[in-house]
Design a protein around this ligand. Structure first.
Ligand code: 13P
Length: 266
């Protein structure tokens, strides 16, 4: 089965509205020379206050703004209510988002996001017609003590609990080893591919072969223009969740370009 690659930029807590617009326009300018078919699925996750700024300059080449999709960096599982500081799936959809990143290690670490919350968020996102990008990954300590696979398969099973195979199939998972995030220490691509194949096997266990075959699983952690080609050449890596290198259009575009050189299947 051929899976269309995804290159997603997670801007984290960076870029003011004018800066966000500028980077987005730079990516749009690059994408205009390619058809949506030629491009990987390109996703950008700005801070909430910049979503409407980038939405306002979304691609107008006739692709219906679909060449570059927008993602929220988090959401709540309720539609509305007394949850100060939170944002719902409906609100993200209303603002123009198609994807929502959940379970990022920074949210798990600094904001006490639990597997149970991630599962509720995934269900709410899918019920709202958006696509969750579910993050998982191990600490250096866990890797060194040999529990990487059991830890990650546990995170995946918990996140997908009670979700139909059909919904699992359209979801996205991002494997982001915590020790590789923002450190410049990219995970060896054979090892990243091994873990991602293990994740796919876990998906097969909980949602069946078809879902495992369809679900797109990304690698994240110090992805740069010069690392992506090798990563994309691996059997199970379907794309990348990019942090630092997505903050400049030049490096993000280079990552998209190098992805297209290796494999855009669908
Ligand atoms: P870096 O690409 O900066 O390592 O960040 C990865 C990440 O956390 C993306 O979600």
């Amino acid at each position: 089965m051929s899976r269309k690659p995804i290159i997603a930029g997670n801007w984290k807590m960076n870029l003011l509205q004018s800066q966000a617009k500028e980077v987005f326009e730079g990516v749009k300018d690059f994408c205009k020379d390619y058809t949506a078919q030629e491009l990987p699925t390109v996703v950008i996750a700005p801070v909430f206050t910049s979503i409407s700024a980038v939405e306002s300059v979304k691609c107008d080449c006739g692709c219906g703004g679909k060449k570059i999709s927008i993602a929220g960096q988090n959401c709540h599982w309720e539609n509305s209510g007394a949850y100060t500081g939170e944002i719902s799936v409906e609100m993200l959809k209303d603002a123009g988002c198609d994807y929502v990143i959940i379970g990022h290690s920074e949210r798990r670490q600094y904001f006490s996001e639990t597997d149970e919350m991630i599962n509720k968020k995934a269900k709410a996102i899918l019920a709202g017609g958006l696509i969750p990008i579910i993050c998982c990954g191990e600490t250096l300590e866990q890797r060194e003590s040999g529990v990487t696979d059991s830890w990650i398969s546990g995170q995946i099973k918990a996140a997908l609990e009670g979700i139909s195979s059909e919904d699992v199939a359209k979801s996205v998972i991002a494997y982001e080893p915590i020790w590789a995030i923002g450190t410049g220490k990219t995970c060896d691509s054979d090892e990243a591919n091994r873990v991602i194949a293990m994740i796919r096997n876990t998906v097969k266990e909980v949602a069946g072969a078809e879902a495992a075959d369809s679900i797109r699983i990304l690698y994240g952690g110090s992805v740069k223009p010069n690392t992506i080609a090798e990563q994309m050449s691996k059997s199970d890596i379907d794309g990348a969740l990019v942090g630092g290198a997505s903050l400049k259009a030049e490096s993000f575009n280079e990552i998209i370009a190098n992805t297209m050189k290796v494999a855009v299947n669908a």
